[in-house]
Design a protein around this ligand. Structure first.
Ligand SMILES: Nc1ncnc2c1ncn2[C@@H]1O[C@H](COP(=O)(O)OP(=O)(O)O)[C@@H](O)[C@H]1O
Ligand SMILES: CC(C)(COP(=O)(O)O)[C@@H](O)C(=O)NCCC(=O)O
Length: 306
C-alpha cells in the first residue's frame, strides 16, 4: 500500500505557482537578514517554498482561532489564545534544525508582533550518566532515550499559558548542558523540532501529538541523509580541533580512515536503524512533508488531504 495515499503530491513548480499571488514579498533587506542568520539557506527556497508554507500555515492558524472564538461563545467564556505549537520531525541530519530556524524567522516577520520561540527535543534526552546507568548509551535518539513524560508536561505547561522551561542538549559536549534552560513565556508560536515529535505514547495517558497545531516532516532519501550526516560529522570535528572539552576532539587525533569508519558505522547502526524503525513510520502523521533531493534542494511538497 502506498503509505502516502492520504497526501497530495505537489511539485515545487506547482507549489510556488499556487501561492505566488498571495504573498507579500519580503524586502531584499529582510531576505539578506535571513541569510545572515542562516547561511545554509538557499534564498530561492525561501521565496519558492518557505514563504508559501508560512502562508499555508496561516489557514491553520485562522481555523484554530475561529474555533477558539466559537467555543468561547458557546461556553460564554473568552479565554486567552493558547500558544500555537508547530512540530518539525525527520531523520537525524536531514536538516530539521535549519528548517526550524528559518520557519522561526519567517513566521515572526510575516506575522508582525508575534513572539515565535524554538526548542529542540534533544533537550529531553536523558543525560549521558542516566543513559549509561540504564545501559542504553548506544540507543541515544531511540524512543527510550527520551524523558517523554517531561516533554509532555512541558508542552502541557506551554499550552496552559504557564512559564515553561526546556533543558538544552549540546552536540559539542554530546550531553545535556547542566543548569542551562530555555524559558518559554508569553509565546504566540512555539516550534518544537526533533526526531521524536510524532512518536506514539509510551503509555495511554501521554500523546504529544495532541499538542501540535501544525506539523512538518522533512524527508529525503537515505543515501543523501547519510551524506549530510557525514558532512556534519566533519564540521563538528573541525569545530572541535582546538577544544579538548569538545566531545569530538578525541576523534581529531584518530587516523582519517578510522574516523570515517566510526561516522559511517554510527550512521548505519544507530541513526539509520532509528530512521527506519521509529522515525519514518511517523511521516504520514505530518500535515506537510517537505521532500529534499540532492544538495538539500526541495523538489516536492506533500499536503495531507484529510
Ligand atoms: N538547506 C540546506 N542547505 C545546505 N545545507 C543544509 C541545509 N539544511 C541543512 N544543511 C546541513 O545538513 C546537515 C544537517 O542539518 P541539521 O539542520 O543539523 O539537521 P538535523 O537538525 O535534522 O539533525 C548540517 O551540516 C547542515 O549544515
Ligand atoms: C542527539 C541526536 C539524537 C539528535 O538528533 P539531531 O538533533 O541531530 O537530529 C543525534 O544527533 C545523535 O547524537 N544520535 C546518536 C548517534 C550519533 O552520535 O550520531
Amino acid at each position: 500500500m502506498n503509505e502516502l495515499i492520504n497526501f497530495d503530491e505537489i511539485s515545487r513548480e506547482k507549489w510556488q505557482e499556487l501561492y505566488r499571488n498571495n504573498i507579500p514579498p519580503l524586502t531584499e533587506e529582510e531576505l539578506e537578514n535571513i541569510r545572515s542568520l542562516n547561511d545554509q539557506i538557499n534564498m530561492q527556497d525561501v521565496t519558492d517554498v518557505y514563504l508559501p508554507l508560512v502562508h499555508f500555515f496561516r489557514i491553520y492558524k485562522k481555523n484554530i482561532e475561529d474555533m477558539r472564538f466559537s467555543k468561547g461563545l458557546f461556553l460564554q467564556k473568552i479565554s486567552k489564545a493558547p500558544t500555537l505549537i508547530i512540530g518539525i520531525a525527520g531523520s537525524v541530519a536531514v536538516g530539521k534544525s535549519t528548517t526550524a530556524r528559518l520557519m522561526q524567522t519567517l513566521l515572526s516577520r510575516v506575522f508582525k508582533h508575534t513572539k515565535v520561540d524554538l526548542i529542540t527535543t534533544d533537550g529531553f534526552l536523558y543525560p549521558n550518566d542516566v543513559l549509561k546507568e540504564k545501559g542504553i548509551m548506544h540507543r541515544k535518539g531511540f524512543p527510550e532515550s527520551y524523558d517523554m513524560e517531561k516533554l509532555t508536561n512541558f508542552l502541557y505547561e506551554v499550552k496552559s499559558g504557564k512559564t515553561a522551561e526546556a533543558p538544552v542538549y549540546s552536540h559539542e559536549s554530546y550531553d545535556i548542558v547542566p543548569d542551562e534552560k530555555i524559558v518559554i513565556d508569553n509565546t504566540d508560536i512555539l516550534i518544537v523540532e526533533g526526531i521524536n515529535v510524532f512518536q506514539s505514547p509510551q503509555n495511554d495517558q501521554l500523546y504529544i501529538g495532541d499538542y501540535f497545531d501544525f506539523s512538518i516532516y522533512v524527508d529525503a532519501n537515505e543515501e543523501n541523509i547519510e551524506k549530510w550526516y557525514l558532512e556534519r560529522f566533519d564540521s563538528l570535528l573541525a569545530l572541535a580541533k582546538d577544544d579538548p572539552s569538545n566531545y569530538y576532539y578525541q576523534f581529531t587525533k584518530w587516523k582519517f580512515e578510522d574516523v570515517i569508519a566510526l561516522a559511517k558505522n554510527t550512521w548505519r547502526d544507530v541513526n539509520l536503524v532509528n530512521l527506519e524503525e521509529y522515525i519514518k513510520p511517523t511521516r504520514n502523521r505530518a500535515d506537510v512533508i517537505i521532500h529534499k533531493g540532492d544538495d538539500h534542494f526541495i523538489d516536492k511538497i506533500y499536503l495531507k488531504k484529510y
